[in-house]
Write a protein that binds this ligand. Structure first.
Ligand SMILES: C[S@@+](CC[C@H](N)C(=O)[O-])C[C@H]1O[C@@H](n2cnc3c(N)ncnc32)[C@H](O)[C@@H]1O
Length: 190
């Protein structure tokens, strides 16, 4: 099975302005608050993968001197750009991982609710790219829902377990389990 296609997400965003109710859901707001609370410091250069319509992007912005938010949907990115237009240090690029990936390095990479849309080979390629793009001492924040959806290629548990496998050289600094999601803040072993 292949990763979920750009056409799928683009058509979702063309039909609905906020497919997961990020703007209004108390659950999402609580999840975002816990995501930000897990970050122990400010960062020079952040990468957010799958930034959607920019609700988390806007909240992540104060934690980063520079933040690049990527997503494969141009429609989602147009909404995110509008939401973040008051934040000149936040940039956007339409990219599909792992086929495309930013060339620069980051001390924060956020993968929130994206990993399970990738098939296993693509997740492994994306993982290698993220590890390569992480500056020494940098942090990789993973957050995934633990229930099943018909469009998932992997479970949230599989995504996190893949990053915590011994051979990645990543270690968890923070690990949280809630009834509906799992959060891991990882760093590369020195
Ligand atoms: C469920 S939303 C998550 C949004 C946000 N990260 C959050 O946690 O609120 C998943 C997003 O990932 C994007 N996406 C899915 N696969 C992707 C890929 N291979 N490369 C880049 N973006 C992707 C989708 O377009 C969608 O906007």
């Amino acid at each position: 099975m292949q990763s979920v296609s750009p056409v799928y997400f683009e058509s979702l965003y063309q039909q609905q302005s906020d497919p997961w109710n990020y703007e209004t859901s108390p659950y999402e707001q609580q999840k975002y608050a816990e995501t930000l609370a897990a970050l122990p410091r400010r960062y020079q250069s952040g990468l957010e993968i799958g930034g959607s319509i920019g609700v988390l992007t806007e909240q992540l912005a104060p934690y980063c001197q520079f933040l690049l938010s990527i997503d494969l949907s141009p429609t989602a990115q147009a909404r995110a750009k509008q939401r973040c237009q008051h934040l000149p240090h936040v940039q956007f690029q339409t990219m599909q991982i792992p086929q495309q990936f930013p060339a620069q390095k980051f001390d924060l990479i956020v993968l929130s609710e994206v990993g399970y849309y990738l098939c296993q080979p693509d997740l492994l390629k994306a993982q290698q790219l993220m590890i390569k793009a992480l500056l020494p001492g940098g942090h990789l924040l993973l957050l995934h829902w633990l229930e099943q959806a018909s469009d998932f290629r992997l479970s949230g548990e599989q995504v996190h377990d893949c990053f915590l496998a011994a051979e990645t050289g990543l270690t968890a600094l923070v690990s949280l389990r809630r009834p509906q999601y799992r959060l891991d803040l990882l760093t590369l072993d020195v």
